[in-house]
Design a protein around this ligand. Structure first.
Ligand code: GUN
Length: 292
């Protein structure tokens, strides 16, 4: 079994990005600048956004965090988005999801300028991704593809099962892995909460991408020998082995499943750091106006 080490791989990519930042500054320009809007005080969202801001520091990017009250109106949130769209000192920005229930998420995402949409969630970018037109690719699927690429995995003709159909992970990764590309050419099955015979479907998979958010969902009896597993789940579970009383685990029963795998991502240290570094990569592309 080989660990798909997202921490190590993302550190390498961060070094590459840092070098590009130095080149930008050497040419008399300012560093890339990422902004994030965080609405409310969801602890998981706060953790993710803080990690994104910290990563910006690490590679020499500027960053701005705009924290808004849980009760902010849709109108006020849109005016913050408009300001970031107009601000020439900001190259790209994200609105951290999920948003509170009184806010229409789709409406907000459509207000983000596609040129600054480093999450790749705007319908224009999502549509371009489907049509193979260069664009911002959502950070988690972008990170997964990059991780598989850097480990030189051969995916041609493989059966890939994606668990979960979210707009952030499941749907885009299933589209990307079905493309006629080096990291692609899979026969993809997108399974979800209404799928029947998940165990049977997983047993036929050469690659499983799990993004459902249920600890220990994937068990030993569900996978075949030699399977490649990408575990996107980030689940907080109780633990009597840590000081805090909890720990992070993925969707996979790692202890019992990993010895059947040819490759598997750990949690933490797998997809998470790759997601963050992919957001940095998109911000660098935004700074360089690659898609404008
Ligand atoms: N919430 C969970 N993942 C993401 C992400 O990649 N981007 C944003 N904006 N919100 C998220």
């Amino acid at each position: 079994m080989i660990l798909l080490n997202g921490k190590k791989t993302s550190d390498l990519i961060k070094e590459e990005i840092s070098q590009e930042v130095l080149d930008i500054i050497k040419n008399g320009d300012r560093p890339p600048h990422l902004a994030a809007i965080l609405v409310g005080d969801n602890p998981a969202s706060l953790t993710y956004v803080s990690a994104k801001v910290k990563a910006c520091d690490k590679v020499g990017f500027q960053s701005s965090l705009i924290k808004l009250h849980h009760d902010v109106s849709e109108e006020d949130l849109i005016s913050h988005v408009d300001n970031l769209n107009k601000n020439v000192d900001i190259d790209g920005f994200i609105v951290q999801l999920p948003l509170p229930n009184h806010i229409n998420e789709k409406k907000i995402l459509e207000k983000i300028s596609p040129h600054k949409d480093v999450d790749g969630f705007h319908p224009i970018n999502f549509g371009k991704m489907c049509l193979d037109i260069p664009c911002f690719i959502p950070a988690t699927p972008f990170g997964i593809v990059e991780l598989l690429r850097r480990y030189n995995l051969d995916l041609d003709g493989k059966n890939c099962v994606v668990l979960g159909r979210s707009h952030i992970v499941g749907t885009p990764i299933s589209i990307l892995l079905s493309k006629n590309k080096k990291i692609g050419n899979c026969t993809v099955t997108l399974a979800h909460s209404k799928t029947k015979n998940i165990k049977h479907i997983c047993n036929n998979a050469d690659i499983i991408i799990s993004a459902i958010g249920k600890p220990n969902f994937i068990t030993e009896d569900m996978v075949k020998d030699g399977v490649v597993i990408v575990d996107v789940g980030i689940n907080r579970v109780k633990s009597n082995k840590t000081k805090s009383g909890w720990k992070l685990v993925g969707d996979v029963d790692f202890e019992n499943v990993s010895n059947k795998c040819s490759y598997i991502t750990p949690v933490p240290g797998g997809v998470g750091p790759m997601t963050i570094v992919s957001l940095l990569k998109n911000t660098l592309l935004a700074k360089k106006n690659v898609f404008s």
